[in-house]
Write a protein that binds this ligand. Sequence first.
Ligand code: SF4
Length: 220
Amino acid sequence: MTEPTPGTTTGSTTEPITGSTTEPATGTPTEPVTGSPTDPGNGARKIKLATTWLDGCSGCHMSFLDLDERLIELGEHVELVYSPLVDTKEFPADVDVCIIEGAVSSEDDLRKVRMVRERSRLLVALGDCAVTTNVPGMRNPIGAAPVLEYAYRRNATLGRQIPAEEIPALLPTVLPVHQVVTVDCFLPGCPPSAKLIWLAVTELLAGRIPDPATLARFGK
Ligand code: SF4
């Protein structure tokens, strides 16, 4: 399959992702915005992209890096304003698209995902942990307390005690991102392939919400 270039159209159309707002995404963006300081020179400013993670293994971000030379092409269209891949410390208030890896497992995750949702126009759940809880969710039938007991007492050889301060409190149940906040796009896979990520990103840049049913199958 020929892979699309950011900004090109490949299917049903909406309008390009442009503009900057702190409102949660509720639909397809419609407002073109031009003339920002990051204007790439063709009248349209770059899309503000963020990536972040919750309870995951970082494998989904590794798959994002597997875009390889396509990252250079992507960089012509987006400004990476926050990510584990860059040194920004604060999540900005006016992100266009945020890609989020991992499940919601702790109180920290809960605070973070709500903050990210408030500050992002579109939110993409990246990978099976974000979409279904996947590996982190394996503790759900067991419960958080027995897992902590097993990890910090029964399996420990030194200092057998459950930390009360060093780790964020676990939620009783691990949740997929969409059970906490609205998600605009789901990208399944463990991890999603770079090809799928590229297809989704190019669709988003063209102003369409990617339909995972047409892009990928769960478990693939
Ligand atoms: S979906 Fe797979 S690769 Fe991605 S964070 Fe979860 S375990 Fe890691």
